[in-house]
Design a protein around this ligand. Structure first.
Ligand SMILES: [Fe+2]
Length: 225
């Protein structure tokens, strides 16, 4: 099993070990996510593991390989190809991401700054109308350090993130897929428009575009009967 560490320290290694133990113990995604709530929140509120440049915006002069736009940084910290990624997302004050999906289970939480999150789900048959998407707005949440939420496709997978603090906001994303490299979607809810989207990472350009995982990316979906 190949893996990539873009940030390497004992704290991060022990968190990934915890994820593996939980994935070996819990076959169902809801159980796996439940088991990871406390370890993930501990990581979000721990000051000793996330270092520059991964805890902020893209530095001046850095060759940003990401495609999130609007000076948004997305830093890949750890990747097990097509199975698991851990990355950070940093947005300047007042800047928002496109409305987007992930197509894999995950946990997203705030490490620094504050964010406003808008949650959506598709209100149409996602497969039948290329370029057209009817989104239902579900809720708005204000989030600060240590707050987190689950991503579970298809009904809990679409959101938009905006920094509400006067400093950049940084969130940590644990996802059951190489989300920066898969073909996913971004939406314009007002125009009911959807298009394919590959975000890459600020520090890693994807060599190709991957298909979304089957079963939304359970780490061990093919390993047990
Ligand atoms: Fe996201």
């Amino acid at each position: 099993m190949t893996e990539e560490w873009h940030l390497e320290n004992e704290r991060l290694q022990s968190f990934i070990d915890t994820v593996d133990e939980a994935a070996n113990t819990h076959e169902e995604i809801p159980d796996l996510l439940d088991a990871l709530h406390d370890p993930f929140q501990d990581l979000l509120t721990d000051d000793d593991w996330l270092s520059e440049p991964y805890d902020g915006l893209v530095p001046d002069g850095y060759d940003d390989k990401g495609e999130m736009g609007r000076d948004i940084a997305q830093w890949l910290l750890y990747r097990r190809p097509e199975k698991l990624t851990l990355f950070t997302l940093a947005l300047p004050p007042g800047v928002e991401t496109p409305v987007h999906d992930h197509l894999a289970w995950g946990l997203v939480g705030i490490y620094s700054g504050t964010q406003t999150e808008e949650f959506y789900r598709r209100a149409d048959d996602a497969d039948n109308h290329i370029g057209h998407a009817d989104l239902e707005h579900l809720r708005t949440e204000e989030m600060e350090r240590g707050d987190f939420y689950e991503i579970v496709p298809p009904n809990n997978d679409i959101h938009q993130v905006e920094t509400s603090s006067d400093v950049p906001s940084v969130s940590v994303h644990l996802l059951g897929a190489d989300v920066g490299c898969i073909q996913r979607h971004q939406f314009d809810p007002d125009d009911e428009f959807v298009e394919l989207f590959q975000s890459h990472y600020s520090n890693v350009r994807c060599e190709r575009s991957l298909s979304p995982p089957e079963e939304h990316g359970h780490m061990h979906s093919h390993n047990h009967g």
